[in-house]
Structure formats: C-alpha cells, structure tokens
Design a binder for this molecule. Structure first.
Ligand SMILES: [Ca+2]
Length: 285
C-alpha cells in the first residue's frame, strides 16, 4: 500500500492543478483558483460523465440521460452583494433589478445578491470574464461523480442548509457538493444560462450529448409555457432555468434536489434568486 500512495497523491495533485494557459485574470495560489477581477474562488471540475435529470422527479426532469462535459470552472460561492457592488461601481452599470433591497447595510455584504434579473447576472459574468454556468455544468457540480440527489448525498438533511434566512455565501460547509461548491442547494435559487423548455429532455433522448447548452430559445410556440398573471399580461414567454432552491418556503426539500428545474422570465427579479458564474475551459483556453 505504501508503494502506491505517492503515485495516487501525484495523480490527484496533477488532476487538481491546472495552470497551463490559465487566463491571466485567474490566479493559482496555495491550491486555490482566484479571480483577480472579483476575488471569487473558482473550482476546477475535470471532464466527466453524469446522468442528468431524474426518472422519479417532475415531468420536465425526465428522462434521466447521460451527459458528457468537458473540463470547466464554476464559482465556489454564490455572487455576493459586495462583489455585485464592485461591478456596479466599476462599470456604472444600471441593474434592471432593485438589488439594493437585499443589501441594506454592511452586515449583508457577504450575503448572495438577490433581486437581480437574468440580464443583470449575465452582464456581471461578462464583466468578470466568465459566463453563467450551463444547467448541465451547474447540475454536475452539484451531483458529482456519484450522481447524488442533493449536493451532500442522497439523504435529505435540513441541517445542511439555512432555512428561512439568507446566510453569507461562504458559510454552511455542510452544504458542500462533492467538488466543494457551497450552497448550490439553498440560500438562493441561481440563474443559469439555458433557456427553459419543459419538453427539452424528451427531445434529446438517444443522442450523444456533449456540453449541452439547452434549447436555442424557449419552447416552440405550441409548447411554450403560457404565462398568466404577469405584468405583461397573458403572453407567450421564453424563460430561463433557475436551479438549487432557496432557503424559503415549505418546498425547500423538493427544490434542493439537484435535478429540480425552476424557471423565470429573464426580465424579472426575485427576492430569493441570485447566481454564480463559471466558464468552460475549452472556450477560454
Ligand atoms: Ca444556491
């Protein structure tokens, strides 16, 4: 056993350390990847396969299907109020969502930013020279190689999440995913880059799926979710996917499942929805 241990360690170290051609705005120090732009810590996720969706979940999660992802990075934490404030000040960006409602004083600076639209999230990610993760990247980051139901495993444990309150984005280690990301489940729902089509998984059955980016837009007109009771009236709408559940409401257990798919109009904001960023290694290196 002693003979093999150094070999295993060497392999593990090599798998984690990716510095060749790393963008100059990403720093590798003391085993961590840190953005020089917003100080976010990033997690490197090697290429891998996983089963996306759930055969026991909601209709839009079926069928579960095999997905291959090339290597990518994802933020270790949700984007905080302080980070979003830095973006706003640096760019004089005018957020479409009333994000200050979630940032009333300095005690909330490390809470995840909320009341932001999908457009606010994508504009932040561009400033930070990253992207929003795809739904597949987000889900694999949460499920890991064992394809867990929740980021920490297959069993629900309400002690792993804050309930009925927001907490600083870098807390609750109990919530960590197999790759080490905090609070993918809970705290706030998270915008991802994909359009939402509840029929999408049924349409890709049997295909070889590599780095899926979701449908090219929302569902086709005859299948589009008909929004009622919105500010814009009864309209056909295209929607963006939201993942992970929030810490609010009686459905925390249901919504914290990594395969759960929520949706939101990209023009709207919510009190319990924020985001984190990521980027594909192939696209950036
Ligand atoms: Ca979250």
């Amino acid at each position: 056993m002693k003979i093999f241990l150094p070999i295993i360690c060497l392999f593990a170290f090599h798998a984690c350390k990716v510095t060749k051609n790393l963008p100059d705005y990403i720093m590798y120090k003391d085993g961590k990847y840190i953005s020089k732009i917003d100080a976010m810590e990033l997690i490197y996720i090697p290429a891998g396969n996983f089963k996306m969706g759930s055969n026991s979940g909601n209709p839009d999660e079926k069928p579960q299907h095999q997905v291959h992802l090339n290597a990518y990075f994802i933020d270790k934490f949700e984007v905080s109020n302080l980070q979003f404030e830095k973006f706003v000040k640096a760019t004089k960006y005018k957020p479409r969502g009333p994000w200050r409602r979630g940032y009333k004083d300095s005690s909330m600076q490390n809470n995840p930013v909320v009341f932001v639209t999908w457009h606010d999230a994508i504009n932040y990610s561009k400033w930070a020279k990253r992207d929003l993760p795809t739904e597949a990247q987000w889900e694999y980051a949460a499920r890991g190689k064992s394809n867990y139901k929740y980021p920490w495993g297959d069993e629900w444990n309400e002690k792993n999440l804050p309930l009925e309150k927001l907490v600083p984005h870098n807390t609750f280690k109990e919530s960590k995913s197999p790759f080490g990301a905090h609070l993918l489940a809970g705290n706030v729902w998270e915008w991802v880059s994909d359009w939402y089509d509840r029929h999408y998984y049924q349409g890709i059955v049997g295909k070889k799926i590599i780095d899926p980016k979701g449908p090219v837009d929302g569902a086709p007109p005859e299948k589009r979710f008909i929004e009622t009771n919105t500010a814009a009236g009864n309209e056909r709408s295209t929607l963006k996917v939201i993942k992970g559940g929030s810490s609010f409401g009686a459905l925390a257990k249901e919504n914290a499942r990594s395969s759960k798919r929520m949706w939101g109009n990209p023009k709207y904001w919510f009190h319990d929805t924020g985001f984190r960023c990521g980027f594909s290694l192939n696209a950036s290196l």
